[in-house]
Structures are given as structure tokens and as C-alpha cells.
Design a protein around this ligand. Structure first.
Ligand SMILES: [Zn+2]
Length: 242
């Protein structure tokens, strides 16, 4: 520990539950920064807390009345922020297949998909489906295992048991995959920091029209950049929808 550390640095507080007690992560791991990563209160990990900071900056009051769906449990957002909130837990018996989502077009304003895309064989179908069910006033929040850790995506074409059943490990070139699969959809990359472990981590935001695009860029400023697809910054509201 540094001698000039502030009280807040010595005793970090979980931005999700306010807890100050932390424990080892999955399979006993520590954070890359060498400290305990899992909150003992809400069980959040680095990526959840970094994303909670993101959502706090977006201003959860904006979500009042929104219809929301989340694929895979994730403490990043609070169901109570939204007008309605549906949760799909991956796999049987009730998990929705994101490659073929049994919901109408534009049914949700918020679509959260956290660590699911790497578990499906056809990620093009999954991305198209996630966008299809998102309304023009909303956005998709997409979280995948850190694609900035590797240069090139390795896709082995089947779910590898020793890789937690993942079909692939995404690399930075996931931008090319987004550009090929969803060419008209802007993908914004957010880079943030978990206030507990000081670990840098990111997420993707896919706004469905110029209005949510501008709101996200206004709120997140330099911490968000266009990763693939067209900029909707100056587009008219009704333009450039996929
Ligand atoms: Zn917590």
C-alpha cells in the first residue's frame, strides 16, 4: 500500500451495495491489481462495478418507464430503475436463446447482455436479434470477456469445455466482426475503472438512434469512443436506423 493513500483508497466501497468487505473471485482468483475482487455483499466483480459507474453517469432516472430485458443475471443495473424488467437466465429450463429471441421487434428500450455472446455458436444471429428487440429510443448494453486483452479473436467453432463452454475468445478485432455483422449499427466502446480494485475494464453500448447516441456521448465524454459502425452524433433522429 502507498503511504499517501486516501481513506477511500484504503477502504474502497462497493458502488453497487456500499459494502466494504471483499473476497476471492471465481476459482479463487485475485484482481489483476492483486486485491480481492468479489464484493461479499452483492457478489459483484470488477466488470459489474465499472459498469455501475457507467450507468450512474448515464443517470438511472432516464430509465423510468423503460421496458428492460437482461440476458444473464448481473448486478450492474437495478431492476427498480425500469418500468418493467425481465431476466433470462442462460440455459435450460427458461433461458431465452439469444440467437432466436421469442419477442416482438422493438419490445424493449434497454437490452442488457452480459457474458452470453461467447456462449453461442452464431454470434451474428445473436447480435441481430438483440438489436431487433431494442426500440429506437433505447440501446443494447453488451459485455463480453475483455476483448482488449487479445489482438485477434480465436473462434474454434464449438463450445470448449476447458474454456468454460465458450465458442471463442474475442480480441480487439471484434470491431471487424461488428462491422461485418451489423454494419449500420454504431458500437460505442466504454473504458472505465472499477473503484474497488482500480482495474480497467470496458463494455459496449449500441444506441438504436441518434437520440440515445447523443445522450450517451454527452454523459460519458472521452470515456466512450466509436468502435465500429457510423457516427450518429449529428444525424436526424429518424435517420440511420438499422
Ligand atoms: Zn457490493
Amino acid at each position: 500500500m502507498r503511504e499517501d493513500m486516501t481513506e477511500a483508497e484504503r477502504h474502497p466501497r462497493c458502488p453497487i451495495c456500499g459494502g466494504t468487505s471483499f473476497e476471492p473471485g471465481p476459482r479463487g482468483r485475485m484482481a489483476l491489481t492483486g486485491v480481492l475482487p468479489r464484493c461479499s455483499g452483492c457478489k459483484s466483480l470488477e466488470r459489474h462495478r465499472a459498469a455501475r459507474v457507467l450507468f450512474d453517469r448515464l443517470g438511472p432516472a432516464r430509465f423510468a418507464g423503460w421496458s428492460a430485458i437482461q440476458f444473464s443475471p448481473d448486478p450492474t443495473v437495478e431492476p427498480a430503475w425500469f418500468g418493467s424488467f425481465e431476466l433470462s437466465v442462460y440455459g435450460p429450463p427458461d433461458g431465452i436463446d439469444i440467437q432466436q429471441i421469442d419477442r416482438p421487434d422493438g419490445a424493449y428500450d434497454y437490452v442488457g447482455c452480459s457474458h452470453v455472446l461467447e456462449h453461442v455458436g452464431d454470434d451474428r444471429a445473436a447480435l441481430c436479434e438483440l438489436l431487433r428487440i431494442t426500440s429506437p429510443s433505447g440501446f443494447v448494453y453488451l459485455n463480453i470477456p475483455d476483448p482488449f486483452a487479445e489482438e485477434v479473436t480465436r473462434d474454434w467453432g464449438f463450445p470448449k469445455p476447458e474454456k468454460h463452454g465458450h465458442w471463442r475468445v474475442y480480441g480487439r478485432d471484434v470491431a471487424l466482426r461488428f462491422a461485418r455483422y451489423i454494419p449500420r449499427q454504431p458500437v460505442l466502446a466504454y473504458r472505465g475503472t472499477d473503484p474497488v480494485t482500480a482495474e480497467a475494464t470496458g463494455a459496449f453500448l449500441l444506441p438504436r438512434s441518434a437520440e440515445p447516441y447523443r445522450w450517451i456521448v454527452d454523459r460519458l465524454g472521452k470515456d466512450v469512443e466509436l468502435f465500429s459502425g457510423p457516427s450518429l452524433q449529428s444525424a436526424h433522429r429518424s435517420d440511420n436506423r438499422n
